[in-house]
Design a protein around this ligand. Structure first.
Ligand code: H79
Length: 497
């Protein structure tokens, strides 16, 4: 018989294990819902966690990091109903209309028989993207409905069986390639058309068998895409939050390895696979999975701390929550100035900004989007130097706007959105450095002189730049800074405090 104290210890141990188990059971799935909420908790050995610490430094990823602005395109069968069916308005996202009780599933599943976009002109889309200043495009090859805009040989639910017949994806890839815009392929793991697809964990033998078929099908399609479109630089995954998929840890990890072997330099975000504890985006050690954080959908980080030193992209819609074509946008529609501000903020926080377009069932880009693309393009034409090849400047954030820094030249760009009533822009340069030259990007002749730049006496690296005129559009001021003083002098300064 054990002494009572031992039994008490055993009971305490049991209680501790139970508490730990409950915490993990509740905490892990909860955290999986909030990828941004990373917490470095432990350093456990993971088989299917992150395979790299820190940023990728190869040329392909350098190119990705320096894009600044991208275009997203959502185009598929959902463009035909355009958010309406039988005269009724669907309040959800247009590309989700199949999940609405207002549209019979059979009606949706027959839409492919009508897909015949007579106005579709991939070259015109690419030319518009080029004019807007996009340096990459992410195109929906297959959304949740499962319809493929390329002639996949693994399903009959493709464009090849629509009246259009041709390979629209190839037309798009070729057109963007010709404009020098890098192509990334969006792929939804959710597939409402495949018999084996399920969201919940498969239970019966039959369910498990058909889910295995679905996995094989998914792998085949992904390999097919990489082989058929050899210029595509990466894959943008969506619909990976289902329990059934999260459980495929080992399968997804080995598939990712295979895909990377097919295409050296391939770029995949943090949305593809989960680790063995079901953690998504960040593994159980808090380390990023994939090449960049892919959790910023229709939202932006606020501070540099929010991005944990990682690469990331923000994908944004023009209206509130419409990706595919919805003929009736309700609620706030963003203006080009708002979108330029989001782009500046993204780059200032080390990310890329990707703006979505939802062409209609005939292949037209709607006038509202065309207008926005044109306006962003006009701004980019003269100001792109503040966006391309730029990232976090390492300087204190100011309320008047955003500061970016060229990774190539080291120049700083002050992107001004809100001029204070005083007309003074406050800036704090790196300690020990000063302003060598300050001028307008649009008119480099406008060099700010000593009268317009006041240096703070108590804080040597703080300056106030006086702007005589209130800018009428987001304005960029270029700052070339002097070298930092020698280390020994900086140390001497520090020692005095
Ligand atoms: O492709 C776009 C979205 O369709 C996709 N990701 C972007 C890039 C996406 N799928 N799911 N989600 C985003 C989040 C889920 C939203 C939902 Fe709903 C809430 C699905 C059902 C309720 C929004 C509102 C969509 C339909 C109603």
């Amino acid at each position: 018989m054990r002494p009572p104290c031992c039994e008490k210890n055993e009971n305490m141990k049991k209680l501790a294990y139970l508490t730990l188990f409950l915490c993990l059971e509740i905490y892990q799935p909860l955290m999986a819902q909030f990828p941004g909420a990373v917490e470095k908790r432990s350093s456990i050995t993971l088989k299917h966690g992150s395979h790299r610490l820190g940023k990728r430094t190869d040329a392909a990823m350098e190119t990705w990091r320096n894009y600044g602005l991208g275009q997203f395109i959502h185009w598929g069968l959902y463009a035909i109903p355009g958010g309406h069916w039988n005269g009724k308005y669907y309040a959800g996202a247009a590309e989700w209309i199949r999940s609405w009780e207002g549209m019979p599933k059979g009606d949706y599943d027959n839409l492919y028989k009508e897909f015949n976009p007579k106005q579709f002109d991939a070259k015109a889309w690419a030319a518009q993207a080029k004019q807007m200043g996009a340096r990459y495009v992410i195109i929906t090859t297959k959304h949740h409905d499962g319809f493929c805009i390329w002639p996949s040989k693994y399903t009959s639910y493709t464009i090849a069986n629509s009246p259009y017949r041709k390979d629209a994806l190839k037309e798009i890839v070729d057109a963007y390639d010709a404009e020098g815009i890098d192509v990334y392929l969006y792929f939804s793991i959710i597939d409402w058309n495949h018999k084996g697809y399920r969201s919940a964990s498969p239970q019966t033998i039959e369910e498990k068998r058909s889910y295995e078929e679905f996995k094989k099908f998914t792998a085949n399609q992904l390999k097919e895409l990489l082989v058929n479109y050899p210029s595509a630089k990466g894959l943008w995954f969506d619909g990976t939050w289902d329990k059934a998929w999260i459980e495929q840890t080992a399968f997804a990890d080995s598939l990712e390895t295979e895909l990377r072997a097919i295409r050296p330099g391939l770029i995949i975000g943090s949305r593809f696979r989960a680790d063995e504890f079901g953690r998504r985006h960040f593994d159980s050690n808090g380390d990023l999975m994939g090449d960049y954080e892919q959790g910023w959908e229709r939202k932006l980080p606020n501070t540099i701390e929010d991005v944990h030193g990682n690469d990331w992209d923000c994908v944004m819609t023009v209206p509130e929550n419409q990706w595919g074509y919805h003929s009736e946008w309700r609620g706030h529609v963003k203006t080009s100035v708002e979108l330029i501000e989001m782009m500046a903020k993204s780059v200032a926080l080390d990310g890329n900004f990707v703006l979505n377009f939802g062409p209609d069932g005939q292949g037209n880009i709607r006038p509202e989007e065309t207008k926005i693309a044109k306006e962003i393009g006009e701004w980019m034409k003269v100001n792109n130097e503040a966006i391309y090849d730029c990232g976090y400047a390492g300087l204190e954030k100011q309320d008047w706007g955003y500061i970016t820094k060229s990774r190539k030249t080291g120049k700083y760009y002050l992107i001004v959105f809100n001029l204070p009533v005083s007309g003074d822009l406050r800036i704090k340069v790196s300690p020990g450095s000063g302003i060598k030259k300050l001028y307008d990007l649009v008119e480099p002749k406008t060099v700010y002189n000593a009268e317009e730049i006041h240096r703070s006496k108590t804080e040597g690296n703080e300056y106030f730049i006086h702007l005589k005129d209130k800018p009428l559009e987001p304005k960029v001021i270029v700052l070339e800074s002097t070298e930092k003083e020698k280390d020994s002098e900086v140390l001497y300064e520090r020692a005095k405090t």
